[in-house]
Design a protein around this ligand. Structure first.
Ligand SMILES: Cc1cc2nc3c(=O)[nH]c(=O)nc-3n(C[C@H](O)[C@H](O)[C@H](O)COP(=O)(O)OP(=O)(O)OC[C@H]3O[C@@H](n4cnc5c(N)ncnc54)[C@H](O)[C@@H]3O)c2cc1C
Length: 590
């Protein structure tokens, strides 16, 4: 019956106009109200819709998925706004969605590896001219979706556009709160007290986070209060802000892992992350407390503020554009894909392409270095702090200055990750189950995929494929410990350390087979359970722990459900078949 209905619908589409109201499958999923600009597809409508529309944002969802339900009204609103922008965009943007959990639609195998390869909902993809162009990497708020899809419709790279556009919550109040960027962050916030005797309070924010938006007037008010108290020309305490959504690397270097996040800096270093962020008074009190604890008047006068030096678009933006342009041309000429300011991995750009791009940076950048006095000075060298981190990281021969910049963060991350990995190996089972082995391999694969330092990650991937290291040795605890040790030794060599660790099991156990006392040993489980029960308002979660199944985390839940129902059906069919056979058998015997 259902097939008949689908067939009728498809033939209706083929033989009638392309009115969007027809792009509506019968769906039991999250319903679209009348007039919605989101087309509801099923597996039959999908290919036609995609091929008929030049630019499509496509959502694969499941009605039971909370994030999908949350996204639905925003998705709808964004579709509506973009539909209204039809005249100003060179290409119309269409929105569609498909209930991928629907049994009928699952025949389309949209999530399969050879299709769009997704394992969670909602899965969003951009389709252009009938082909999947890329996953959708933009934000999930209405503005984010509109911004991203409008940029794509204009043929722009949304990530580049955001960086160049440098959105900031405090741009309009620059005279009060300094909206910083990577090129002036260190010179402003980390200046030694001998040149800048100012306590800096920095709010790391996201211009898209609703709470950050409501905090903005409070932060401005806090700075007003500090100016009133300490004088307007050169206050002892100054509040600045950094859009860490855009300038993520700069925020991470300061140990910032979320937003809004407030921290105090003095005399070239971070002194404290603020706890208990509330309204404007909480920020003022925090600043005053830190002044009381740290301020040393003998180090000089506070630095007068010169907002002009922060209000211009920096030269590196132009330099970056010039370099990107060259690389993009080379990349496209080599027949490769240029996506999000990077050429596809493994593309042969021809000799000297990188050097040419660097020369473009040199030529274009009469870099603006913000001097310690807060004024701009033109520097003729391109390899100044004004060069964006992304370029520095990928340079084959970085200068000592380049290396210094990201090194501290990289080292902290590295040290702690190594400690985690060696400890993990030391406590891996002597007789691992198949699930233990599989999840450990997954963990290593995830490191190669997600290790948060891009430079290290690229090196790591090469090592993981190096036959000298070989596949992850998951057969037992000692094998695994020695495998991680060998990997670490390879990285040691690679990073110029003339050091090779002793990888004997005894030595590794001595160093890493420790515990925190409370984590293991008698009573630890009970204690953990008590803590959990307390932490969850008295509801016991012991049963959750008992049924923990790593496969649930390594696999897509919808896929597992489908497999389970397939298995059930197979069992029922088998039982029927057995019953029939037994019946026939009985007849034959009679
Ligand atoms: C997966 C990964 C890839 C990395 N890639 C890079 C990279 O490409 N470029 C880069 O600059 N940095 C990289 N790092 C960071 C780098 O390895 C160091 O962590 C960082 O330079 C800090 O070095 P460290 O001298 O404090 O000692 P670390 O190398 O961090 O070691 C910490 C401690 O571990 C012990 N140790 C040393 N070697 C071994 C071993 N083989 N087995 C067991 N224990 C050992 C020593 O006691 C040492 O003090 C990477 C880190 C990781 C986790």
């Amino acid at each position: 019956m259902r097939y008949v209905a689908e067939l009728a619908l498809v033939s209706l589409l083929i033989h009638s106009s392309t009115d969007r109201s027809l792009w509506c499958a019968e769906a039991g999923g999250i319903k679209e109200p009348k007039g919605s600009k989101v087309s509801v597809l099923n597996k039959d409508l999908f290919p036609r819709f995609i091929s008929r529309n030049k630019l499509v944002l496509m959502e694969f969802y499941a009605p039971w998925c909370g994030h999908c339900q949350e996204l639905a009204p925003k998705y709808r609103e964004a579709a509506d706004i973009l539909s209204g922008m039809r005249k100003e965009l060179p290409v119309p943007v269409k929105f569609a969605k498909l209930d991928d959990s629907d049994e009928y639609n699952r025949e389309g195998r949209f999530g399969a590896e050879d299709m769009y390869n997704f394992s969670s909902y909602p899965a969003l993809f951009v389709f252009r001219n009938g082909e999947m162009e890329s996953p959708y990497y933009g934000g999930r708020e209405v503005d984010d979706i509109v911004f991203w899809m409008a940029a794509l419709a204009r043929g722009q790279d949304p990530i580049e556009e955001e960086k160049y556009g440098r959105p900031g919550l405090y741009k309009h109040r620059h005279d009060i709160v300094w909206d910083l960027a990577p090129e002036n962050f260190n010179a402003t916030i980390l200046a030694p007290a001998s040149v800048d005797n100012t306590l800096h309070v920095v709010e790391f924010y996201s211009d898209r986070c609703p709470f950050c938006k409501s905090l903005e007037p409070e932060i401005v008010r806090a700075q007003e209060a500090l100016l009133d108290e300490f004088g307007r020309d050169a206050p002892k305490a100054q509040i600045s802000a950094l859009n860490s959504r855009i300038f993520h690397d700069t925020a991470t270097e300061q140990g910032v892992t979320g937003y809004p996040w407030v921290a105090a800096f003095y005399n070239g270093a971070k002194i404290e992350d603020m706890a208990g962020l509330g309204g404007w008074e909480s920020v003022v009190n925090f600043a005053k407390r830190k002044l009381d604890e740290h301020y040393d008047a003998s180090l000089g006068e506070p630095r007068p503020y010169s907002p002009a030096s922060y209000s211009q678009e920096p030269e590196w933006v132009q330099a970056q554009r010039a370099a990107d342009k060259i690389l993009k041309e080379k990349c496209l000429a080599a027949g490769c894909k240029w996506e999000f300011a990077e050429c596809e991995e493994g593309c042969d750009l021809g000799e000297g392409a990188g050097a040419e791009a660097e020369t473009a940076v040199d030529d274009a950048a009469t870099s603006v270095q913000v001097s310690a006095s807060g004024e701009s000075t033109a520097a003729s060298s391109s390899k100044t702090a004004a060069t964006p981190v992304a370029i520095q990281e990928l340079k084959e021969n970085p200068t000592a200055e380049d290396v210094d910049k990201g090194a501290a963060w990289r080292a902290t991350l590295g040290r702690q990750t190594w400690f985690f990995l060696h400890t993990l190996a030391a406590k891996y089972p002597e007789h691992p189950s198949e699930v233990d082995k599989r999840t450990m391999r997954n963990l290593v694969a995830a490191l190669g995929q997600h290790y948060p330092c891009k430079l290290c990650r690229e090196h790591l991937k090469l090592k993981l494929m190096d036959p000298e290291l070989g596949p992850v040795r998951v057969e037992n605890r000692q094998e695994l410990a020695s495998w991680f040790c060998q990997l670490h030794n390879m990285v040691n060599l690679d990073t110029g350390k003339n050091y090779q660790h002793d990888c004997t099991p005894f030595n590794l156990d001595l160093q890493y087979l420790k515990d925190c006392g409370e984590c293991e040993g008698p009573g630890a489980d009970k204690k953990a359970r008590e803590m959990d029960i307390k932490g969850r308002g008295g509801v016991s979660v012991a049963s959750e722990r008992e049924v923990f199944d790593a496969r649930l985390y390594a696999k897509d839940v919808a896929q597992l459900e489908a497999e389970a129902s397939e298995a059930k059906e197979a069992i029922i069919a088998l039982k029927k078949r057995i019953a029939n056979l037994e019946k026939e058998n009985r007849k034959l015997k009679q």
